[in-house]
Write a protein that binds this ligand. Sequence first.
Ligand code: SAM
Ligand code: SF4
Length: 345
Amino acid sequence: MNEKELDILTKVNSDTQVWRPLEDKFGRRHTYLRVSLTDRCNFRCVYCMPTVEMEWIPRSEVLTLEEVVRLVKVFARLGIDKVRLTGGEPTVRKGLTDLIRDIKGVPGIKSLHMTTNGSTLAARAGEYRGAGLDGLNVSMDSLRPERFSEITRGAKIEPVLEGLAAARQAGFETLKVNVVVINGVNDDEIIDFVDYAAATQSHVRFIEFMPFLGNGWNRDHVLPYAEMKRRIAERRDLLPIETEPSAVAKEFAIGDSGGTVGFVTSVTDDFCRTCNRVRLTAEGRLKTCLFLAAKESLRDAMRAGASDEDLAESIHVGLQGKWAGHPSMEKWIGSDDKAMVQIGG
Ligand code: SAM
Ligand code: SF4
């Protein structure tokens, strides 16, 4: 190991064997890892899965579950304490329950969450919870069966609603419903979703529509956060909730209903300044920002015999390439040749 590597791996505390934390050149400390388990999906949402011919990652090039666990261990020693499983659809991966158990057992990992389309939850929510999964974000962009099918290009809403009920029953610490709001497509359901959150005492997160390969994005399709909030505030009381500085969503209680709403405002009011997130793509590349191309192949390094220290160094080096913030969507558009389903949301 050379001197530079030694510096990168300087132990903060020799007892805990924690390596130098993941701080980028703008002083942002990274503690949250989002892991894409696959680029495949059983839904084909219009805003995520393009209609153009896509090249799927060959299975041999996708990280094995053992490789995922090894990398999580390395990230944990670099100070990552929160992990989110995503994709593609993470629940299409065989062995997911064991993976959840293994990741939850990694020293230093305090919380493990998953973003899913909810299609397997009716059967498996209890199993995932039993294995240690702490929280779920379930995507559901319409409460109307026909529209839900149109947005997902053919999926049915009933299993997702049953999955949400099963997740509630299983007692997840956090259970959120993600709604990508597309102006002219489902923006007329915002109040319905607020009422759903209030009635089920749950949390609904409205996400501004972002541009990715082949999803037909343009500014007119974005309903800005300010407008969503204005429309809701006309009809319901929104009371601000204090969140931690790195939170991506602006959160509000819906009066005293017990339900809450959040807004993820990547398009009109980004949260880059306090970003604490790094991503791992399904084929094991480090991605330091949703809008920056994935770079360092940790998979190739692992398969070529890299030690954990080597992997940690690659992660540190990669993190130094992270930018202060992403440009406006119009400037960025076309810079990436990947669809959201391939990137890992
Ligand atoms: N399949 C899972 C799901 O649908 O929740 C996980 C992967 S999905 C890519 C992760 C999240 O990204 C989902 O909440 C989805 O709604 C969101 N998403 C996908 N495409 C998006 C876009 N163009 N703009 C905003 N959010 C998007
Ligand atoms: Fe699949 Fe999720 Fe993308 Fe929909 S948003 S196509 S469910 S990965």
